[in-house]
Design a protein around this ligand. Structure first.
Ligand SMILES: Cc1cc2nc3c(=O)[nH]c(=O)nc-3n(C[C@H](O)[C@H](O)[C@H](O)COP(=O)(O)OP(=O)(O)OC[C@H]3O[C@@H](n4cnc5c(N)ncnc54)[C@H](O)[C@@H]3O)c2cc1C
Length: 461
């Protein structure tokens, strides 16, 4: 059998890593792309089929390829009119349904699968449960009981979902609105979390015909800002002194925003200008300051950086104005499950008097989970075996600048995308990941070139 690199997870990160590996690896090498969920290419983000679930970035920023910025917009433009439903053109740019983006990614994979010549991309529809070190590589094991010998693997398991909100029998999964069931039209639903997942959850509830009251709760009750027209602003010239503390860095960025405002420009221009240097800023901050950011500043950063498409933001604003969406700041103290409902005790932010809320369902919209909350058997086994370890903040996996896992035992295991959150911080959106996919593929190929034993096997295969 030809030597193989496995890619585990076929969302955006894994699909793009697999496509770039096909170009970067010697032609005698194959790529095994493993996905446990329904479809290849879509992942958690683009698996939705609700037309109201829009991309939260403009189409112009969503090309799958860093060197072909028009690629997605051009694909969208080529669609027949009847297949472009849900695409919204606003003064802030064009926003497409996430379902269409999933179709775009699935088509890129299909093109690679049907390319003439010996097949080099093998799609495995199965969950990967283990990578057992064996004969200079690994034996990749799946839920379905199959095993494949692989020389190395790229872990692209992406957005880990975990128990963010306290458990309840009446918990509703925001990623599976089809399982919301029959909701009583007059009884409230609680959404825990007030970020972009809450925006989706409210849209899913309304899309499924639920007209009743929705309460959305988070510690600060902050909702994402809306996209607006932006213009390029120069990357702020930050020095090592600016990175000495979070307070200094925040002050410096606020000063830049004030300078932009004096020049008649929007704060969004400055936030967007920081994008290419976020990884550098994150790594430059002392570890204690990074931890302070996660404790105190993160919610404020998130609502400025991860903005909502204008139609999605307008829907939330209208709900709040109409009183059908009640936005609360506070935290949950207890949930008592009763038949058909949950009694939730809430401590309002800054208050001492607790409130109780009786709801028929609780949507956990707390977003991406932490690595220590995930039940993923592969991650549990890799960490147990010393082949992987969580990053310093428990958000994802510890990895180096070369995307290689940093753990007790050195291995040929790489990662990219949201699993790098603790290492790079901003690495969860398409513009961040598409460049990582190119880089990780080149690094894996360079490693393969350095393995004479494997190269000989490849040459004789
Ligand atoms: C709801 C949502 C909306 C988003 N919208 C946008 C947007 O509009 N624009 C943007 O730039 N970014 C958006 N993002 C950010 C998103 O993280 C990235 O764009 C990108 O989709 C991440 O892809 P991924 O492949 O790393 O992760 P995921 O999409 O989470 O895919 C990971 C895949 O790995 C599979 N998997 C996990 N474990 C295993 C296993 N053990 N074996 C086999 N398969 C496994 C999962 O089934 C999944 O399909 C959104 C994120 C979410 C959650």
């Amino acid at each position: 059998m030809n030597p193989v690199i496995a890619v585990i997870g076929a969302g955006f990160s894994g699909s793009m890593a697999a496509l770039h590996l096909l170009s970067a690896l010697p032609r005698s090498w194959s790529v095994l792309l493993c996905e446990k969920a329904g479809s290849f290419g879509r992942g958690l983000a683009y698996g939705t089929d609700a037309p109201a679930h829009l991309l939260n970035l403009r189409a112009a920023n969503m090309s799958a390829y860093p060197d072909r910025p028009e690629h997605f917009s051009a694909w969208l433009g080529r669609l027949p009119d009847g297949e472009r439903s849900g695409v919204v053109v606003t003064p802030a740019g064009t926003f497409a349904p996430r379902a269409l983006y999933g179709r775009y990614l699935a088509e890129l994979l299909t093109e690679a699968v049907v390319t003439p010549g010996p097949p080099r991309l093998h799609l495995v529809h199965d969950g990967v449960t283990d990578l057992v070190p064996e004969a200079g590589g690994y034996s990749l094991r799946t839920e379905g009981g199959a095993s494949y010998p692989v020389a190395g693997a790229v872990l692209a398991m992406g957005n880990l979902t975990g128990p963010g909100a306290p458990p309840s029998r009446h918990r509703l999964d925001p990623w599976r609105p089809e399982e919301f069931g029959r909701l009583h039209p007059d009884r409230p639903v609680l959404v825990v979390g007030t970020g972009l997942t809450m925006v989706d959850a409210v849209s899913s509830l309304r899309g499924r015909g639920f007209p009743g009251p929705v309460v959305a709760l988070s510690r600060r009750g902050l909702v994402p800002n809306v996209h607006a027209p932006t213009k390029p602003w120069p990357v702020p010239d930050l020095t090592a002194a600016d990175l000495a503390s979070l307070t200094r860095l925040t002050r410096r960025i606020r000063a830049e925003i004030a300078a932009a405002a004096r020049a008649g420009r929007d704060w969004r221009d400055v936030i967007d200008a920081l994008r290419p240097v976020i990884g550098y800023l994150w790594r430059g901050l002392p570890s204690t300051e990074r931890a302070r950011f996660l404790r105190h500043l993160r919610p404020f950063w998130d609502v400025h950086r991860h903005r909502a498409a204008p139609p999605a933001a307008a829907a939330i604003t209208a709900e709040i104005a109409a009183g059908s969406l009640d936005l609360r700041a506070g935290h949950i103290l207890a949930i008592a499950d009763e038949p058909g409902e949950a009694v939730v005790t809430i401590r309002p932010r800054g208050g001492t008097a607790d409130e109780t809320l009786t709801v028929q369902g609780i949507v956990d919209a707390t977003g991406i989970g932490r690595i220590d909350e995930t039940g993923d058997p592969l991650l549990r086994r890799l960490t147990g075996r010393g082949l992987a370890r969580p990053d310093a903040f428990g958000l994802g996996l510890a990895a180096g600048d070369d995307y290689r896992l940093r753990a007790g035992r050195a291995g040929r295991l790489w990662t990219l995308g949201p699993l790098l959150r603790g290492t790079l911080w901003e690495c969860v959106a398409v513009p961040d990941i598409r460049g990582q996919a190119v880089e990780v593929a080149a690094l894996v190929a360079a490693e393969v070139e350095r393995l004479p034993g494997l190269r000989r096997r490849a040459a004789s295969a």
